[in-house]
Design a protein around this ligand. Structure first.
Ligand SMILES: Cc1cc2nc3c(=O)[nH]c(=O)nc-3n(C[C@H](O)[C@H](O)[C@H](O)COP(=O)(O)OP(=O)(O)OC[C@H]3O[C@@H](n4cnc5c(N)ncnc54)[C@H](O)[C@@H]3O)c2cc1C
Length: 461
């Protein structure tokens, strides 16, 4: 939407401006078959664009998507963040309706409802956060010590801030008073994030999308006559694929692809660059009183410095929320990092969780995984065009955008349609319509040219 009017209905895209005259040439090449690439492909294919997805890996959703904790929560620092998450939750809850096509035989990813407890650090602007939730219509309530003990008896409602490393002699001190928690009961998680990507891609394939796996993009080609326009890509085996639109949905590898395309090199693409960052998620047995559907909840704990979510089968996933005491593991190459969890990170995250859940039994050895985030300086994603005409990005997902994937396809589709028909999205950002919650979403929030957004400066966004 632009100026409150539906964009798709308004803009007529001339075929000549978009579709190649050679029928075998796809309208769009999407680089990356993760949750983002799959969602984008489905929405573009839905409006009749022919889509080719290329991925260097051997399976759909096998990149960072497969490592996702797939938490669906609503507490973001911005109206756009809350709106996107609330709209997307409705789409996850009606997954078959959102996909539009399932074969009947295919397994489907499932949205598992599980309440989310947010433990605030001191000074957290609670009134602003709850005002955003209320504005969008997300149900919430604040639980004090008594409420926490009644609803979640396994939880210690102490305040322990600041988070510390286990080797800090002050690690065990506290509590320093009691803490409230912000509860959003409609939160949850997707039980199999890779399967969700496969579901989206199968729906896109059903409409005609072609997927080429084990196909690495090594060049983004520019037109000889108009070097500001892309004309396609080259694969590692030398195959050249012509197209007028290329979408970078390459996850943690996306800054490398931007480099190949010669974008995000200076002021023309703003200051919001993205970089890969290593992250560990650990698995521990859940205390008896804190299992899924049996007294358990997801927790984002900025007081102690971890997040956790119950899993089917009686375990908990435990991840990080970038407390100041933990070093950030920036990577130059997303592939050059050990996939196994380390003892140091396991102890830091799990021991912090054990302070909130005194009944937690801590295993002797770490188990879990190491994944890679694609992080922007404000932890807000970039869904946008670039200074290279025809080259679009759905990047910088900052460890918090899996949940928004069902909407990101629509977001990218509307930006691409608008720009390819001559609309200046940089000057006047497109607004998309969230039809499940009946609200607009101003896509300026995800522009590469934005001033950095004030957020928590963590994966919470
Ligand atoms: C450990 C972890 C936990 C997370 N937890 C949550 C959470 O709880 N909630 C939430 O909302 N989000 C979470 N996230 C974030 C979310 O999972 C990601 O934002 C999302 O999965 C990214 O999807 P993607 O499709 O952009 O990237 P990916 O899934 O990484 O897909 C990118 C694809 O691009 C391909 N590719 C890369 N370069 C090339 C190339 N040159 N040529 C061809 N193909 C290429 C790769 O092979 C890959 O398959 C988490 C992420 C991680 C790592």
């Amino acid at each position: 939407m632009v100026n409150g009017k539906p964009l798709v209905a308004k803009v007529e895209v001339p075929e000549s401006a978009y579709r190649s005259t050679i029928p075998s040439v796809p309208d769009v090449v999407v680089v990356g078959a993760g949750i983002m690439g799959a969602s984008i492909s489905l929405e573009l294919q839905r409006i009749g664009r022919s889509v080719l997805v290329v991925d260097r890996g051997g399976a759909v959703g096998a990149g960072s998507t497969s490592a996702s904790s797939a938490v669906v929560r609503f507490n973001y620092s911005t109206l756009a963040g809350v709106t996107a998450a609330w709209e997307s939750a409705h789409r996850w809850a009606d997954w078959v309706g959102h996909l539009g096509h399932t074969s009947g035989a295919d397994p489907l990813a499932r949205f598992v409802t599980c309440p989310m407890l947010f433990f605030e650090p001191p000074g957290f602007p609670r009134a602003e956060a709850t005002a955003l939730l209320s504005a969008v219509g997300v149900p919430w309530e604040v639980l004090d010590e008594t409420g926490l003990k009644q609803r979640f008896p396994a939880i210690d409602p102490g305040r322990y801030h600041p988070p510390r490393r286990p080797d800090d002699p002050r690690f065990d001190i506290g509590p320093f008073g009691r803490i409230d928690a912000l509860l959003t009961p409609d939160s949850g998680f997707i039980d199999d994030p890779q399967l969700a990507a496969v579901n989206l891609m199968n729906a896109a394939r059903h409409l005609g999308t072609e997927v080429r796996l084990r196909s690495e993009v090594v060049e983004v080609r520019r037109s000889g006559t108009n070097p500001d326009r892309t004309i396609g890509i080259t694969l590692a085996d030398g195959t050249q694929i012509d197209t007028t639109v290329v979408v970078n949905a390459a996850g943690p590898w996306s800054s490398g692809l931007n480099h190949l395309a010669g974008v995000f090199t200076g002021a023309t693409d703003g200051v919001v660059a993205n970089r890969p960052m290593r992250q560990e998620v650990h698995v521990v047995p859940a205390p008896e009183q804190f299992v899924l559907d049996g007294g358990g909840a997801m927790m984002s704990d900025l007081d102690l410095g971890y997040y956790a979510r119950p899993q089917p089968g009686g375990t908990l996933l435990v991840g990080g929320v970038e407390p100041e005491c933990d070093p950030l593991e920036w990577l130059d190459d997303p592939d050059a990092t050990p996939a196994n969890p380390t003892v140091e990170c396991f102890e830091a995250q799990v021991w912090r969780l054990a302070r909130r859940l005194p009944g937690l039994a801590i295993p002797h050895r770490p188990s879990g995984l190491a994944g890679v985030y694609d992080v922007t300086p404000d932890w807000v994603p970039i869904y946008d065009r670039t200074s290279l005409d025809g080259f679009y990005v759905a990047i910088g997902t900052s460890g918090n955008q899996f949940k928004n994937a069902p909407l990101v396809g629509q977001i990218m589709c509307e930006i691409i349609e608008a720009c390819e028909s001559g609309h200046d999205h940089d000057a006047q950002a497109v607004t998309t319509w969230c039809n499940r919650i009946d609200r607009p979403l101003d896509l300026a929030a995800f522009s590469r040219l934005r001033a950095l957004t004030p957020t928590t400066g963590t994966v919470m966004g």
